[in-house]
Design a protein around this ligand. Structure first.
Ligand SMILES: C[S@@+](CC[C@H](N)C(=O)[O-])C[C@H]1O[C@@H](n2cnc3c(N)ncnc32)[C@H](O)[C@@H]1O
Length: 268
């Protein structure tokens, strides 16, 4: 363990991160499939897979539809969790004990690093350092995804952080809901990534974003778009007219995804 790593509970669930898998297969095909040079041995690393490696295995299956030779490494701080995951290891799927200082082997690199539902036990001021450390493991162009979901995975918010020559770019925030809890922008507030979790309050830029989204949602409902999927779609279209960088691709809107990549990236 390094000075940053901390033991936490291991709760997870089958399908919890499936919406994220679906998003990545749609929007990050090249990242998942490329195999030139160092990319041939560039893994998907699932950091903090939990008591059971279900989400790692779900993603391995989804991503290998694009890249059948994709190496997958599940990493956990807790030795007992790594031990019981070994039953699912194979030639391309490995489970290793480790933390933010990833246990990579010589010649291995990382294309996609996921740290979902991991940082709740950490302090918000630790997050930038953790992001920086994790970003160092990525190939240029690689992606770090860090965020939270509710237990079944019906509500998700994640940072998309891209490795660029200058370091790690805070490229976008991704929101998703499957509408099983209805829809209002406030639904996402309790599932914000660790650094924004307690910052949805007046004076903070993330609060301004939620205020704009809520105003757009109220307008959508007033115009008769009351069913959650319709209210969501129209709220995102309204938000896009107020805030720069909101993606209005129908594929995303039809499936409950809001992707926000403002020019200059997501503020700290
Ligand atoms: C709540 S579980 C999340 C499981 C899964 N990622 C999910 O989203 O369902 C968090 C897991 O992260 C592990 N963990 C916490 N800090 C870690 C670190 N620095 N490195 C590796 N694993 C860590 C904990 O041991 C725990 O099993």
């Amino acid at each position: 363990m390094t000075s940053l790593d901390r033991k936490t509970r291991g709760r997870t669930a089958h399908g919890r991160l499936q919406a994220l898998d679906v998003y990545l297969v749609h929007r990050e095909r090249e990242l998942l499939a490329r195999d030139e040079g160092a990319w041939a041995r560039a893994a998907f690393v699932d950091l903090g897979f939990g008591e059971h490696p279900w989400t790692t295995l779900d993603s391995a299956e989804a991503f290998r539809a694009l890249n059948p030779r994709l190496p997958v490494v599940g990493v956990e701080l807790e030795a007992a969790r790594v031990e019981s995951a070994q039953a699912h290891a194979d030639a391309l799927t490995d489970f290793r004990q480790g933390g933010f200082d990833l246990p990579l082997r010589p010649g291995e690199s990382v294309r996609l690093l996921r740290a979902m539902n991991l940082l709740r036990g950490y302090r918000p001021e630790e997050v930038p350092g953790i992001h920086r450390q994790l970003g160092q493991a990525l190939l240029d162009g690689g992606l770090l995804i860090e965020g939270s979901t509710d237990t079944p995975g019906a509500v998700l918010v994640a940072h998309l952080l891209r490795r660029v020559p200058e370091g790690l770019s805070r490229e976008a925030l991704l929101f998703h809901t499957d509408f099983s809890r209805g829809f209002a922008p406030v639904l996402f507030r309790d599932w914000m990534p660790r650094d924004f979790r307690r910052r949805v309050k007046p004076g903070e830029p993330i609060h301004a974003f939620f205020s704009d989204w809520t105003a757009a949602w109220q307008e959508a409902r007033a115009a008769g778009h009351e069913a959650p999927p319709e209210a969501f779609r129209h709220s995102v279209l309204g938000l896009a007219s107020r805030v720069e960088g909101v993606t209005t691709e129908p594929w995303l809107l039809d499936r409950g995804y809001l992707l926000w990549n403002p020019p200059g990236g997501i503020f700290q």
